[in-house]
Design a protein around this ligand. Structure first.
Ligand SMILES: [Zn+2]
Length: 610
């Protein structure tokens, strides 16, 4: 029953503040899933961090006139605040510029190298003829040699999803200044994907429970597997841990080679901070453990191909054979959960003026749960979805405030006003029993949807029970019963039934709306922590690890992490019987209604441009 569940959440890139599209795809859905799994009694480890390597950080640091470390520090802290503010319940949210991460990445590389899956080859590297500097892959654009689409990047074609080499592009140009790059010979290590294709295919064909589009896409990638460069000509990243290479500060590991190892290194860091250094193995080398990886659709390749290939080669499970290394038989992903995009074009945001919806601004004005609700009910789960202020205001006011907030408020208010406590019910009538049955059966319906990552279906059913409870109150008219002293027992029964349904709805909505759920818990006269909240802690880079090479992170550097004590929370995925006699208070309004004009204008910091 207490099966270990690893919730591995995509690592946000630390080159700027996050906008709501960034958190819609992976942030909120992964947290809904983790909270649900904890409520059903699973041993959850939810980990992530900021991804701080790669050329976009260098380009942004140049633009802002700061060092790349300063830039990474600033955006790491900003992103930590954004994600904690949203209530995302990470056990550890860290970063890729820790000494521990460098050491774990280097261990993975050495395992792959020792087992023969890293091929040293001379390849074509792009440089800018005007500056002589290396041109990052993703800053080169051209026509895709595989599908013929325009606008393919040097690292990947977004149209067909294939990974590319810049030298393969037809008519390549630099996105930085439009010039045609020059290609020069350079030595790199390539991951020998063809020798891992059979093992990858065997693993993928056992993934029948994946969303069909993700599985088909991943299987298709196997048709054209070539060795992929896992090192770059760049001076910012994890050193290549091989004699003769590690001290060369002009070559580092490819950012995607190291970013996916973050799931493992963050688990190891978490265990260290728990004071149980081997505890990470419960989720990684235990065959009973399951792992769910959450990401946007543009990152499927790295999770269904590159990361599993790294894991297979590390333990010698490809055509070249090899041995298991120090970290042992690491488990491959159980499930890759990808989402589509949340776009912002319908509100006519002026992107040229830099008007986007930043998480920080959004949280400051509206708080976390209205955004969590919108993402769950109208987010990009299966198709690209457009965010509009119009729809946000409508859903917040009609569904969240009028539907749910008002239900809690009027039910508790009437019980408080007439009884001062949860009343003792009399005999139940058929309509009382029907509502209670609907609410109790919803645990299975919503739970089934959540366990299959069907978040929209889950919240839609929970809100259906909210709607039926409102309809029950409208039909029973307790305000009329309250005027007739002879109906006092019937009034007690109706309010008791409604309170039980409210309690059930609150449990069903807890993974989605954890902040609101805590307040409903208190409004029902209950005490203590219902749904655990993340907290930010300042820590030192203090693990006893030995990364090697040039340009390592400084030992002892301080950084913020997100963590939390979620064990203390009471929320469980089951009905709590409401107890007659529980004292009630006059409730405070639960959810603020928004000015309808906001639908037309948007807020000042992200106005709708007419
Ligand atoms: Zn293509």
């Amino acid at each position: 029953m207490n099966s270990p569940v690893l919730v591995a959440v995509a690592w946000p890139y630390a080159n700027g503040p996050r906008h709501i599209g960034h958190v819609a795809g992976f942030g909120v859905p992964s947290d809904v899933f983790a909270r649900f799994q904890r409520m059903r009694g699973a041993d959850v480890l939810m980990i992530s961090g900021t991804d701080e390597h790669g050329t976009p950080l260098l380009v942004q640091a140049d633009k802002e006139g700061v060092t790349v470390r300063e830039l990474a520090d600033r955006y790491n802290r900003q992103i930590v605040e954004d994600l904690a503010g949203l209530g995302l319940s990470y056990d550890l949210f860290t970063r890729t510029t820790t000494r521990n991460h460098y050491a774990v990445v280097q261990e993975l590389f050495r395992g792959l190298y020792d087992n023969g899956y890293m091929l040293k080859e001379t390849t074509q590297g792009a440089i800018s003829p005007s500056t002589g500097r290396t041109l990052p892959d993703r800053y080169i654009e051209g026509t895709c040699p595989i599908c013929g689409a325009d606008g393919a990047r040097g690292d990947q074609c977004d149209t067909c999803g294939n990974q590319l080499d810049p030298a393969d592009l037809i008519d390549p140009v630099s996105k930085i200044n439009g010039e045609t790059p020059e290609f020069v010979e350079t030595e790199h290590f390539l991951l020998d994907l063809p020798s891992l294709a059979e093992a990858l295919g065997a693993w993928l064909r056992g993934r029948e429970q994946w969303r069909p589009n993700v599985l088909k896409f991943s299987l298709n990638l196997l048709d054209d597997l070539r060795p992929r460069a896992m090192t770059r000509d760049i001076d910012w990243g994890v050193p290549i841990p091989i004699e003769g290479w590690q001290d060369n500060n002009a070559k580092k590991l490819y950012v995607w080679f190291d970013a996916v190892v973050g799931y493992l290194s963050a688990s190891i860091e978490w265990a260290h901070r728990e004071g149980r250094p081997d505890a990470w193995r419960e989720w990684w080398t235990n065959p009973e453990a399951v792992s769910y990886y959450f990401m946007g659709k543009d990152n499927i390749t790295f999770h269904s191909q590159i990361w599993p290939a790294e894991l297979l080669g590390y333990q010698g499970k490809g055509a070249r054979g090899g041995n298991e290394h120090e970290l042992g038989a690491l488990q491959l992903p159980t499930e890759v959960v990808s989402s589509e995009y949340l776009t912002m074009s319908g509100s006519k945001f002026s992107s040229s003026k830099g008007v986007v919806i930043y998480v920080k601004d959004f949280l400051k004005e509206f708080g976390p749960d209205p955004l969590r609700y919108f993402i769950a009910v109208a987010g990009p789960e299966n198709t690209d979805t457009d965010f509009t202020w119009d729809e946000f205001v409508r859903r917040n006011n009609n569904e969240l405030a009028n539907g749910w907030g008002n239900l809690v408020n009027r039910t508790v208010s009437m019980a408080f006003k007439n009884f001062g406590e949860v009343p003792e019910p009399g005999p139940l009538e058929a309509e009382d029993q029907a509502l209670l049955d609907l609410a109790s059966q919803a645990f299975e319906v919503v739970g089934d949807a959540l366990s299959k990552n069907r978040f929209k279906a889950g919240i839609t059913h929970a809100m259906h029970v909210v709607g039926e409870t409102n309809a029950y109150i409208a039909a029973q008219e307790p305000w009329k019963l309250a005027k007739d002293p002879e109906q006092r027992q019937r009034l007690a029964t109706v309010l008791w039934t409604a309170l039980q349904a409210v309690s059930d709805c609150n449990t069903l909505l807890t993974p989605y709306l954890p902040h609101t759920a805590q307040r409903v818990h208190e409004a029902l006269g209950r005490e203590g922590v219902w749904s655990g909240m993340p907290e930010i802690q300042e820590v030192a880079d203090d693990m006893d690890v030995q990364p090697v090479g040039a340009g390592l992170p400084e030992a002892g550097a301080h950084y913020p992490i997100i963590t939390g004590d979620y064990e203390a929370a009471q929320a469980r995925w089951q009905r709590i019987e409401v107890q007659a006699g529980t004292a009630l208070q006059k409730p405070k309004p639960l959810i603020a209604k928004l000015d309808p004009e906001l639908a037309e204008t948007g807020p000042e910091w992200a106005p709708v441009v007419k």
